[in-house]
Structure formats: C-alpha cells, structure tokens
Design a protein around this ligand. Structure first.
Ligand code: GLU
Length: 377
C-alpha cells in the first residue's frame, strides 16, 4: 500500500517499518533536563504502534544538550568541537538509560547503536549496520540510534540527525521516516510571514521547494534546520521511503499531528534498488565533474560519463571516491564513483578514447563514471 498521507505512517498495512527521529529541543527542556512527561507520552505511542504490528527505529538527538547541562558548558555544548564531543559522551549514556527505562516500562527492549557518517558511507560497514538493524527488529527490540559524536571529527560528521535518520531508514529497509521537530512542516515562505502557508505534501524536492527552506528555521538547540530536513527528504524520496516533518511539541506528538493532519509529507518519487539507493544517499562527495550539454543529455538517457564530455574537473579525489556530475550551470545532476583520480580526469577530459592512451600511458577504462555506479539526482 502506497504512503499518501500522514496517517498512513501509523497504519501497519502501509508502514511496516518506521524510523522516528526525535530532535534535541523536544527531548531536553531549557533547564537542560529531559522532558520526562512528554517522552512518556511518545513512548506510549511507540508501544501502541508496536502492538499494532509496526516495527520502530528511534533516532534520538539530545546527547550534546543533556551532556552540556551536566557539565555546565556554555552555548549548549556547541562552543567548540571538543566541548560537543565531551558533552555527547556524558549525555549519551544518560540518553541511553532514559530510552531503555521508558521502553522497558512497556515491556520493550532498547538496543543502542552509535554510528558515524563513515560507517554508512562505506559499503561493507553500511551492510553490517543494515544487518544489525534487521536482526534487532526481527528479535523484537527497539533500536535507538545516534551519531557517535564523541569520535566523529568535524569534516566527517553528519552533524544533524535528519540526514542520519534518512540513511538509517535506508539501512533498515524502512517504509517511512517521521522527523519530530519543533517546526510545523515546510512553509512556502518564512513562517514568520503571516501569509505563509504550510505544504501538506511534496511530490519531489525541486529548486522551488529548496527555495522555501529558510536558514532561520533551526530551533537553536539541535543542529538540523529545514535545509538538512530537505536533504533528508531527497535521500528518502529516491529510495522509495516517505518522510514526514511534523511538529512534535504537543503531548502524544504522533497522534496529535496525525489526527490534525499537521505536517509535511514528502512522498517517495522512485525506488532505487539497494546499492543505487546507498550510492545516491552518499554525502561525502569529494569533487565535481562539469560536463557539456551532450554529456548531460546522454546521462539522463542512461549513459556513462565519458571523458570527451567533461569540460572541467574540481576537487581532489581518488579512484573509487564519490563525485558529483554537474551541468554547465553548475547544478549537480548525478553522482557516482569515479574510475579515475582527479589528476587523471584532468589529463583526459575532452579527449576522444583514441587519444586518451597516450596521456595516461595505459589503456583507458571504458568510462570516467560507469552507468552502473552512477545515480541521477
Ligand atoms: N547527535 C546530536 C546529539 O545527540 C544531535 C544532532 C542534531 O541536533 O540533529 O546531541
């Protein structure tokens, strides 16, 4: 059954497996303490979903906010990377205890998984995480996932749990993701503008949709604003996963949002198969290939990226790294695994196959990005 509206997310016939992301501002009060009563209401709802036959994965933020309060750190623990990492350490152990106790109250077992961006970017480690999630769900446990903030370094972090939730949903083979946040959903303009209207559905994140995301939409406590939520929606929509942004601030947040139909549902646009979905959701993009119009058109028709169509090469990447393929206007159209390093790409760009061997000193490979390792964005 297709997921067409918000209440399909609580219907086991449409959503067998659901990822629920809980933002820091909901989980932790201004005093730095967990919001126990609110959390108890949410866990009641999760227990009811489980009783109806839905499997649930929780992606929980809040480690940095909780830890910062315990350590007495300024700026909610986000003044420096060292502060954030230490706060995450102190907070994560409390967070795990909190979820475990709350779920246990309903006879549900919690299972903690801390992952880094690298864990999900590397195909082998990603498959490992996927099989652990699958095994836990099959055994009836509720995985509680967060980024392993204490070890992730600045350049290679998710930094926000919105995109993490979308990647976890892919790994878990989930049908849908619900981002519980302190914003109502996506508005067509800055929500502070009285004329702003919330979009109930989005069928494909386009440039017009991206233009609606306002950088001022972050709550201040967590780190994911509307921009990271839209990136999460794009990862999900290509993998056949629905994603909803709902305001979770009320008691029993899921039931309240669903019964009032308040939130924005990004409906899936296509269903890339496992490996292609993983590749399309990869975030650690190391460089860009700018291609000409002929190459752009061929790409959309299902071809590989070939050297003659490349007009410039940006960044420094190695063979096997993810690179973006951009049209002349600089818009990213696809991403895939480079068959050559950046230096080699610069040598052969614009050259016909017959001329590539002289430059490279060896027989050229069939493509710069083979279509099997390429995903249209
Ligand atoms: N992983 C961070 C934490 O647990 C939260 C990231 C976010 O704000 O989305 O505090």
């Amino acid at each position: 059954m297709a997921i067409l509206q918000l209440d399909d997310l609580i219907d086991p016939a449409a959503t067998k497996r659901l990822v629920i992301k809980v933002g820091s501002a909901l989980l932790v009060g201004d005093d730095g303490q967990p919001r126990h009563a609110w959390l108890a209401g949410l866990v009641e709802e999760i227990a009811a979903m489980r009783a109806r036959g839905q499997q649930v994965v929780i992606v929980s933020s809040g480690a940095i906010a909780l830890g910062a309060a315990r350590m007495g750190l300024a700026k909610g623990g986000r003044a420096s990377l060292a502060d954030a990492q230490a706060a995450a350490s102190v907070g994560q152990i409390a967070l795990a205890g909190l979820w475990s106790a709350l779920l246990q109250g309903h006879g549900l077992g919690a299972a903690q998984m801390l992952v880094t961006l690298g864990d999900l970017e590397d195909r082998r480690r990603y498959l490992n995480a996927a099989s652990t999630l699958g095994r836990l769900l099959e055994a009836g446990f509720v995985p509680v996932v967060n980024e392993n903030d204490s070890v992730a370094t600045e350049e290679i972090r998710f930094g926000d749990n919105d995109r993490l939730a979308a990647r976890v949903a892919q790994a878990a083979g989930a049908d849908a993701v619900m981002l519980l946040s302190d914003v109502d959903g996506l508005y067509d303009r800055n929500p502070a503008d009285p004329a702003a209207v919330m979009l109930p559905h989005v069928d494909g994140v386009t440039d017009a949709i991206r233009a609606m995301a306002d950088a001022g939409s972050a709550s201040g406590m967590g780190s994911g604003g509307m921009v990271s939520k839209l990136q999460a929606a794009e990862i999900a929509e290509r993998a056949g996963i629905a994603l909803a942004i709902v305001n979770g601030s009320r008691d029993h947040p899921i039931g309240t949002a669903v019964s009032q139909s308040r939130g924005t549902l990004f409906r899936p646009q296509r269903r890339d198969a496992g490996r292609k979905a993983w590749l399309g959701g990869r975030l650690d993009v190391r460089g860009r290939l700018i291609v000409d119009d002929g190459c752009s058109a061929a790409l959309l028709a299902g071809s590989s990226v070939l050297a003659p169509g490349i007009s410039s090469v940006e960044g420094d990447f190695a063979r096997g790294d993810v690179v973006a393929v951009c049209n002349g206007a600089g818009k990213a159209m696809a991403q895939g695994l480079a068959e050559y390093s950046a230096a080699e790409c610069r040598e052969i760009m614009g050259l016909r196959e017959a001329d590539q061997q002289d430059r490279l000193g060896y027989a050229p490979r069939p493509a710069v990005i083979h279509r099997d390792h390429l995903v249209i964005l």
